[in-house]
Design a binder for this molecule. Structure first.
Ligand code: CMC
Length: 389
């Protein structure tokens, strides 16, 4: 107390104690509740990982079935949320729609403000994980001018999401199971990442003891930014702008001169490699097997190769992060770039909620209120406008 340490971006300041996610950036380790991401991506599924993040341990068979049942039967949203979404402009960014509709849910569930009651918290956590794909899919249909598709609760979490996105007839939507699996893995890879910008936003807003919908809406706002979740959208735009392999050297020179950043490269924590980037390459192969290869892949691979051999990137320990390849997969799955961050948000929801749940039970946690180093004037004498003008 009394001592202010200047630490913009909190690169050296721990804002909380947490037992949710462990990262060792130098060794490229990422673990959720102690389980390595590689094992979870290979052997688990997104709903089980969500349970693990929220509850701190893996579910028994009965616990998993009850969890899956609860999530499945909370996928519908109030019809007035649909009306709210339909009121957006035809070209509204789906992340703006998602942020607004998640924030609006707080008005539909006013009891959510009772954050000290464990059953009540559980109810809101289930609701949010269940409804996020519905809201995300509707923001996509909205941009396309297509009717919103209601959830099909006979389908799995991820298959149902694909149905709400792409269903075009009365008959049941049957997604390719390989694509369902790949998207499920992508959700797992994005499920939490300790104190990233959006988790910090969720915690910071949550520390005021507001309801979880308002806190998660703040997290979605943070994720919207191009340096955070918006990076994979930016990667695709960058690759398209580069256009062909011949243009890569000139582009790299521009990056080195500080004209722009190589999107999808670099990470605040990983200074060796991003373990998620390795897993995602495998998911990309699986998807391309079904959809055919994304023509931008060649440019991405060449760009990666050149950057990894270039002194500028080597010296600064800049490696591909999770977003370098995720956009290529999403595009192959026929998502427009504006939807990429929505996919990230759906995956990240259990992580935000696990951290929010941890925060509100932490007796040591205070309202977030950083210090500042004041650099402005002091003690000036105010002259009224009529005398100044
Ligand atoms: N391209 C070119 N130079 C870079 C890049 C990049 N992508 N990233 C960092 N640098 C340089 C930066 O210019 C600086 O150089 P110098 O020391 O000469 O001034 C040095 O590397 C350190 O950069 P920094 O900005 O201090 O690093 P940071 O830890 O604050 O930033 C980052 C991390 C992810 C914001 C940054 O690497 C970046 O902007 N990357 C591109 C955007 C991106 O891919 N974001 C996705 C992050 S992973 C998903 C997520 O968690 O949301």
């Amino acid at each position: 107390p009394g001592l202010a340490v200047y630490d913009p971006g909190f690169t050296n300041t721990a804002s909380c104690r947490s037992s949710v996610t462990y990262i060792d950036g130098d060794k490229g380790i990422l673990e959720y509740r102690g389980y390595p991401i590689e094992q979870l991506a290979e052997h688990s599924n997104f709903l089980e990982v969500a349970y693990l993040l929220i509850h701190g341990e893996l579910p028994t068979k009965e616990q998993y079935e009850a969890w899956e049942h609860e999530i499945t039967f909370h996928t519908f949203v109030h019809e007035n949320v649909k009306s709210l979404m339909q009121g957006f402009r035809y070209d509204a960014h789906p992340m703006g729609m998602l942020m607004a509709s998640v924030g609006a849910l707080s008005t539909f569930y006013p009891a959510a403000g009772n954050i000290h009651d464990a059953d009540n918290r559980h109810m809101q956590i289930v609701r949010m994980i269940a409804k996020m794909p519905t809201l995300g899919a509707w923001s996509f249909r909205h941009a396309q001018g297509k009717p919103y598709v209601y959830p099909d609760n006979d389908l799995s979490y991820t298959a149902n999401f694909l149905s709400m996105l792409f269903k075009m007839s009365e008959s049941k939507y049957q997604p390719d199971e390989r694509l369902v699996k790949a998207l499920d893995v992508l959700f797992i890879l994005h499920a939490d990442h300790e104190q990233n910008c959006s988790a910090n936003a969720v915690r910071s807003v949550g520390s005021s003891q507001v309801d979880p919908y308002s806190s998660v809406a703040a997290g979605i706002g943070a994720l919207f930014g191009p340096l955070h979740g918006g990076a994979n959208e930016a990667v695709l735009r960058m690759l398209r702008r580069i256009g062909s392999k011949e243009n890569i050297p000139a582009f790299i020179e521009g990056v080195k001169n500080g004209d722009e950043r190589l999107m999808g490269f670099g990470h605040r924590v990983y200074k060796n490699y991003d373990p998620r980037a390795r897993i995602i390459k495998k998911a990309a192969d699986d998807v391309f097997e079904v959809t055919g290869v994304n023509p931008l892949l060649e440019i991405a691979q060449e760009l990666e190769k050149i950057a990894l051999e270039d002194e500028y990137f080597v010296k600064r320990k800049l490696y591909p992060n999770v977003d370098f390849y995720s956009g290529l997969i999403y595009e192959a799955l026929e998502f427009p770039p504006e939807m990429f961050t929505v996919l990230f948000a759906i995956g990240r929801t259990p992580g935000w909620l696990a951290q929010w749940n941890e925060l509100v039970q932490d007796k040591e946690q205070k309202i977030a209120r950083p210090k500042q180093i004041y650099t402005g004037d002091r003690g000036l004498t105010f002259t009224p406008a009529a005398e100044r003008w």
